[in-house]
Write a protein of this length. Structure first.
Length: 132
């Protein structure tokens, strides 16, 4: 009897699992190549939108981008959710850095979580927040 319940459960979960695998396969890599035709802000915007896009949720909107040296902060909104993403440019490629957490982060938190130099994190945050 236990085996029948296990099979029934798996049959019920199979469509959900297939949908999740399909969505995961559609996720684009979280990098964006800088070209002479695209500005850094456009590349960052595309990267953030791709990384935050999830089926059945509103399309993410990048509200603000602040760039300094090879680092950037981008604020995004997706329905009622939102946050700030940190990025780094390595070999002309923008990459997402690890999450800096919710709310307005402190420079020390950005430095600790992403490896961004403290001076750059403080400067970026100061400029990024003042533009709100």
């Amino acid at each position: 009897m236990k085996n029948i319940w296990t099979k029934l459960l798996l049959l019920c979960l199979l469509p959900i699992g297939l949908e999740m695998v399909t969505q995961m396969a559609a996720i684009q890599p979280a990098i964006a190549q800088i070209t002479s035709e695209d500005t850094a802000e456009n590349q960052i915007r595309q990267l953030v939108v791709r990384s935050r896009t999830i089926a059945r949720l509103p399309t993410p909107q990048v509200r603000k981008i602040t760039i300094e040296d090879n680092y950037a902060l981008a604020s995004w909104l997706q329905g009622e959710a939102g946050g700030i993403i940190a990025l780094v440019k390595r070999d002309n490629v923008w990459e997402l850095l690890p999450s800096i957490g919710g709310g307005v982060p402190r420079a020390e938190d950005v430095n600790r979580r992403t490896g961004m130099p403290l001076r750059v994190a403080a400067s970026l945050l100061s400029r990024h927040i003042e533009r709100y």
